[in-house]
Design a protein around this ligand. Structure first.
Ligand SMILES: O=P(O)(O)OC[C@H]1O[C@H](O[C@H]2O[C@H](CO)[C@@H](O)[C@H](O)[C@H]2O)[C@H](O)[C@@H](O)[C@@H]1O
Length: 285
């Protein structure tokens, strides 16, 4: 008989806990990633559609938060507004390249039409080398989707890295079975901090739900503001302090948050509202 193979013990990271619920007096500001957080993934980026209960929940939650709820997405603002009927909401699109405050004022990075056409051509030429890779033209940025051909991702990634040297001012943003070519200098963490400087977000405790690599920037910002960072799914490593299993669990938790803020929750866990540090813009009303 051959000797038994010795067992190798790898200590897993302690599982993250679910996020706590607020009490009725909590002053939260909620930031929500979209794909993989509120919506399950689909093969085609255009095929997703929030259902009526999710839309009703988000609109009610935003109301009870006095407007302090924002979508923070890699999608364009126009796409978010089409999906969520949210044209009057604060929101960040294209990973923060587009930003709309709650008063309707906007701050957008602009990209000249010629530069947009160039990046689109470069992306299409690259995608044509890989069967099954789908191009999503987001004007200022372009996404190369591998959901229909996941095996192409490593080679596409390698080719895209080599290409970036010829695209000054652009960076490669990997995501869930997607690679994005986007203007550099903006990320979701900066977008969240920008929104937190203005009403109705200023002075509230930030709560961020997200599933993807791009959401890690936002987790870092929210952690630095004594907020709640919530990873959707099991991706590791992550800076998040809490986790929920997927979009269904996220919607269920947001429903309980709405209930707690509206009626008060009998089983809630009270968490101290940490003060932002001295000099932090979030201290301003
Ligand atoms: O920041 P998010 O709101 O999560 O947006 C990130 C990207 O989401 C979309 O792509 C992802 O969802 C698609 C639809 O389920 C899926 O087909 C794709 O594989 C995912 O990567 C969107 O199409 C991108 O523009 C966003 O940047």
């Amino acid at each position: 008989m051959s000797p038994a193979t010795p067992a190798i013990a790898i200590a897993p990271r302690d599982p993250l806990p679910p996020p706590p619920l607020p009490d009725a007096t909590a002053r939260w500001a909620i930031f929500l990633d979209v794909d993989g957080t509120l919506l399950d993934f689909a093969d085609d980026p255009l095929a997703v559609q929030p259902d009526a209960p999710l839309l009703a929940l988000l609109h009610a939650l935003r109301q009870v938060l006095d407007g302090a709820l924002a979508l923070v997405s890699g999608r364009e603002l126009a796409d978010l507004d089409r999906l969520f009927a949210s044209s009057h909401w604060a929101a960040a699109g294209l990973h923060g390249l587009q930003l709309r405050h709650a008063d309707g004022s906007c701050r957008h990075f602009t990209v000249a039409a010629a530069a947009q056409a160039h990046i689109r051509d470069v992306a299409r030429t690259l995608a044509a080398r890989f069967d099954g890779v789908q191009v999503e033209d987001k004007h200022a940025a372009v996404a190369l989707h591998c959901r229909r051909a996941p095996a192409q991702l490593p080679a596409l990634h390698e080719a895209a890295i080599a290409l970036m040297a010829q695209l000054p001012g652009y960076e490669l943003q990997p995501g869930n079975l997607v690679l994005e070519l986007k203007p550099s200098g903006m990320d979701k963490g900066r977008a969240v901090l920008e929104l937190l400087r203005r009403a109705p977000f200023a002075g509230r405790r930030p709560v961020y739900l997200g599933d993807d690599l791009t959401d890690e920037h936002a987790f870092a910002s929210v952690n630095a503001r004594h907020g709640l960072s919530v990873r959707i799914g099991a991706r590791e490593p992550s800076l998040a302090a809490f986790t929920l299993a997927g979009p269904v669990a996220a919607e269920a938790w947001l429903t309980r948050v709405l209930d707690a803020l509206t009626h008060g929750a009998s089983t809630h866990v009270r968490i101290p509202e940490g003060d932002p540090p001295e000099g932090d813009p979030a201290r301003q009303p």
